[in-house]
Design a protein around this ligand. Structure first.
Ligand SMILES: Cc1cc2nc3c(=O)[nH]c(=O)nc-3n(C[C@H](O)[C@H](O)[C@H](O)COP(=O)(O)O)c2cc1C
Length: 220
């Protein structure tokens, strides 16, 4: 797939087919992701790919925590405020997505349903967790972001869908305990991965972007 086409067609997929992706394909995607740039080539990332029974057990555990309204404990604290323009952008974006996917956001439990869908990994056969040592600085978080994006683009080139999921870090200590990861690691991001279920709107929905003129200044 041509690079620009790969960038332009990547999107968050929120409905997957259950079929497993061959280990060889996932390995090639991950190997491509390791080519991401990083601060002084520090490569501050490690990944768990969770599949099969273990993935189902992890999902059940996380769903249980949400159902019991257990307070969240993400390694990276949730944002507490947003600049007005950004908040507005998020609001209109969510509104359009809800409208097109038929989600009634006024329903009392709609936020919880959304969370539960995240913790069921949108039906994906695999879920990935990206970690780094928690003593690392903000620069390393930036590196992990580059890694995640390269991973998503490589996956797209192989016909796979992905969705980056901050929600999957809500119960960071529990995820690390479950997967035998030292608590000294920072859980940066979760990501479901698999073949998109193209028959479902949640797999084909395409989000908007603000025009490039609004984000770029040409200075000469
Ligand atoms: C750091 C980060 C965290 C995200 N967390 C979630 C999440 O928890 N659940 C989810 O469904 N999407 C999540 N997303 C996906 C965004 O909602 C999505 O990227 C955005 O709406 C733009 O849509 P697109 O990815 O289809 O272009 C996250 C994206 C990023 C970069």
């Amino acid at each position: 797939m041509e690079a620009i086409e790969c960038i332009l067609t990547r999107k968050s997929v929120r409905k997957f087919r259950p079929d497993a992706v061959p280990r060889k394909t996932l390995t090639e995607v991950l190997a491509a992701a390791t080519r991401s740039p990083s601060y002084r080539n520090s490569q501050p990332w490690s990944v768990d790919v969770v599949s099969g029974r273990k993935k189902d057990e992890l999902s059940d555990m996380l769903v249980g925590l949400v159902e019991k309204d257990v307070p969240i404990m993400p390694d990276i604290p949730e944002p507490t405020s947003w600049p007005e323009a950004v908040r507005e952008r998020m609001r209109t974006s969510a509104e359009r997505r809800n409208r097109e996917l038929g989600v009634d956001a006024t329903k009392v439990d709609s936020a919880k349903m959304g969370k539960l869908a995240n913790f069921r990994f949108y039906g994906a056969p695999h879920v990935m967790f990206i970690y780094q040592d928690s003593v690392l600085s903000l620069w390393s978080l930036f590196d992990a972001g580059c890694f995640a994006q390269t991973l998503m683009l490589a996956a797209n080139a192989y016909g796979l869908g992905t969705v980056p999921q901050g929600y999957l870090t809500d119960y960071s200590p529990d995820v690390k305990r479950f997967l035998g990861v030292p608590q000294s690691k920072r859980l940066v991001l979760g990501m479901s991965i698999g073949y998109p279920d193209a028959s479902d709107k949640a797999a084909v929905f395409r989000s908007d972007r603000i025009p490039v003129d609004e984000v770029v200044r040409w200075v000469e």
